[in-house]
Design a protein around this ligand. Structure first.
Ligand SMILES: [Zn+2]
Ligand SMILES: [Zn+2]
Length: 271
């Protein structure tokens, strides 16, 4: 019982993405990170919304969750990554690659979440917004740039996507200080001319169902195996900016539904 007075956790060194690995009873369990002056705790597969005043308080919370039975759920059973680096890439989501900084670091990386992220980003492009960070979920503030005037700030996807089948983004004025509402349609038409039906990027992005299914299967297998670095690399194909993002999102939705149906038919669990 002498152990009781000692800290249950070990806080690792800051990783390059700003997260600190937290080891509980010798097992890598989660990470803590600072964002906008507060500290947050994360265990892969669990969303912890509380904010903390310092990294130790956040790490203590991971211990508390661990004691209540929370375990990182991303790595496959028996395939727990052995190194801090692997654990870091397991994070709460897919981390940015060197070439692209805006993957989805704060979402639990499941295929349905990725599909939502891709659809949200395609719609943002149509609405004249450019994401400045990965899709955080519909009801989390999302940092983005207004392509009509250059303003940057945070918007909620749940407001921009409209609701109850009404696709009208709110508010109509976009944000304080934007161009007059009467000039917005013309400006959006100009921006629409940038979009393409086929990808023209050096790193190809699938816009048809068959190649999309291949990418989804690769991401699905990597997520299932807890191979987060592979998942991140394969996810580039669907998450990187692309002039054909609308076609890509449509192909992704079709491929995802088709895959889910096929897996249901053979009685497998949908990942
Ligand atoms: Zn604006
Ligand atoms: Zn492309």
């Amino acid at each position: 019982m002498e152990q009781q007075q000692q800290k249950r956790y070990v806080l690792g060194k800051r990783e390059e993405d700003g997260r600190y690995p937290v080891t509980v009873d010798g097992a890598l369990t989660g990470t803590v990170h600072r964002r906008h002056g507060s500290w947050y705790a994360a265990i892969p597969g669990h969303r912890i919304l509380e904010r903390f005043s310092d990294r130790h308080e956040a790490a203590e919370h991971i211990v508390k969750w661990f004691e209540q039975g929370a375990r990182p759920t991303v790595p496959a059973p028996g395939d727990r990554p052995a190194t801090g680096l692997d654990m870091r890439t397991a994070g709460t989501g897919l981390l940015a690659t060197r070439t692209y900084q805006h993957l989805v670091p704060d979402l639990v990386p499941t295929l349905p979440n990725l599909v939502r992220a891709v659809e949200a980003m395609a719609r943002l492009a149509q609405l004249g917004w450019e994401p400045l960070e990965g899709y955080p979920g519909a009801d989390q503030p999302w940092r983005m740039k207004c392509r009509l005037c250059g303003w940057t700030g945070r918007r909620f996807w749940s407001h921009l996507r409209g609701r109850n089948g009404d696709n009208t983004p709110r508010p109509l004025t976009r944000h304080r200080g934007c161009i007059p509402v009467s000039e917005m349609a013309a400006k959006l038409t100009t921006l629409a001319a940038e979009r393409r039906r086929e990808c023209t990027c050096a790193f190809p992005h699938p816009t048809h169902v068959t190649p999309m299914l291949e990418v989804l299967n690769k991401i699905g297998k990597a997520l299932h195996d807890g191979a987060m670095l592979s998942a991140t690399i394969h996810a580039r194909a669907i998450l990187e900016p692309c002039p054909a993002s609308t076609m890509r999102a449509a192909a992704l939705r079709l491929a995802h539904d088709q895959r889910a149906r096929a897996r249901r038919t053979v009685g497998q669990k949908i990942t």
